[in-house]
Design a protein around this ligand. Sequence first.
Ligand SMILES: Nc1nc2c(ncn2[C@@H]2O[C@H](COP(=O)(O)OP(=O)(O)OP(=O)(O)O)[C@@H](O)[C@H]2O)c(=O)[nH]1
Ligand SMILES: [Mg+2]
Length: 486
Amino acid sequence: MTTRTSRSRRPGTGSDSLEFRGRQSFDSDPFSHILRPPPGETEEERARRIHSLQEAQRISREIDQSILESKKLYDQRKKAVKILLLGQSESGKSTTLKNFKLAFAPAQFRSERAAWRTIIQLNVIGSVKRLLDVLSDEFEYSSSSPPGSLGRTASSQSVPRPKVLTDEHRRIRMRLSPLLSVETSLSRKLFPDNVDRERVPELCVRAGGGWKTIVERATSPPGPSVKKGRSHRPGTSEGKNTDDPTNILAACRDDIVSLWEDPAVQAVLSMRNVRLDQAPGFFLNDAGRIAVEDYDPTDSDIVRARLRTYGVEEHHLIMEAGQTWYFYDVGGSRSMRPHWVPYFDDVQAIIFLAPLAFNQVLEEDPQVNRLQDSIHLWQEVCANPLLSQSNLILFLNKMDILAANLNAGILVRKYVPSYGDAPNDVPHVTKYFKDKFHAYQKRLSPKPRPFFCHETSVVDTNATRAILVGVQEGILRSHLAKINVI
Ligand SMILES: Nc1nc2c(ncn2[C@@H]2O[C@H](COP(=O)(O)OP(=O)(O)OP(=O)(O)O)[C@@H](O)[C@H]2O)c(=O)[nH]1
Ligand SMILES: [Mg+2]
């Protein structure tokens, strides 16, 4: 500093201030000082200095480039279509997203096939586990009855019933037990770190695409360094990762099929009022096709696979037309809902999934009717000022299950007394609840907006594709209108 000051003063020239201003143009450039070679610099020092300068320039260019790219990405995202999928847990949000992928980004959908294969296998094992739990309860119950006596139902201790399970069922149960250990080991790797496995009985994974890599790593054969010099013997677990359920599942295939198809087992399920076929991720009717070594999932299998969403997942789909659409798929259980709010900003459309599950209760709170919970959630979404600019698209989902329930004679008025004596069929029941949703939207929206509603069964990929094409066009048109392109 001293040197610079003394050098900057030229004796005999005009005022200091003028001279200072003149020097400022040179000295105020911080680089000129840094770049100036130090006095007495050797050749070697000079080379080192120039090299580090070049390195600094390279890093600086890289930083500029990355800022530019982040800005581009930000602008791209700002202009892109953003869709939020909302609804209670198991309402069909992730399934709808898979349908979007299948319809508009099929290559991306199919690139995830290997990871979904493992999830489907885990879904099969999950159903077997639930089935074995029911059978264990039944064994325990019947063994507590006096020998040769009739058993009693779990729900009503006073109603006797015959013992239906035999020693062969016990043997099958033993033979199926290896399935449970492979499931425990694999799902432990997939579960988010902060989730208590005991409290979340269903398979769930870390948010983001990371789980697919974990699945692939956990189930792919050991690398050449591990298996060096050894060849894989087909039909053995050699050459397979021990976390890959394929071999064990294939070995258990016949037992799974015969257990599921056994009339005695079906009788126990029906006596205990257990509807495994209505549970998410149900594949036992397809176990014979899935529990084989060369199982390759169909598109429909992938769409039906169940994987609970934990947190909020961002997915971006490169649509066939080349635009990027962002989807936010949220976990729908009550504890997840506070995490939704940060994603409410700047979304073009909300697809709200509401199954007309009038006769079901929430898993996380069995005191609460599912349909009632959906209606409350809808009211909150309609009234939320942060969402007042977004289009709301209602999917009355799981229409296939509604039809099955009504066909089975389950009366809506038993669960929803206000339904009264109106006909207990799909058109009347649907219209009744659709009108309710419409009325709440009209009443609660901060400003008027159109009511879009579709009746869906999003496990039916063909029917869903036709609906999504219309939805996609509508969203795009409204988005383009908003950014003044049309
Ligand atoms: N039968 C039938 N099953 C459906 C339908 N829609 C979804 N499912 C099944 O219901 C289960 C739950 O669907 P998901 O899409 O995972 O539900 P979600 O809303 O993402 O649930 P969370 O991630 O827990 O919030 C899956 O096993 C689906 O296959 C439908 O329309 N009909
Ligand atoms: Mg989900």
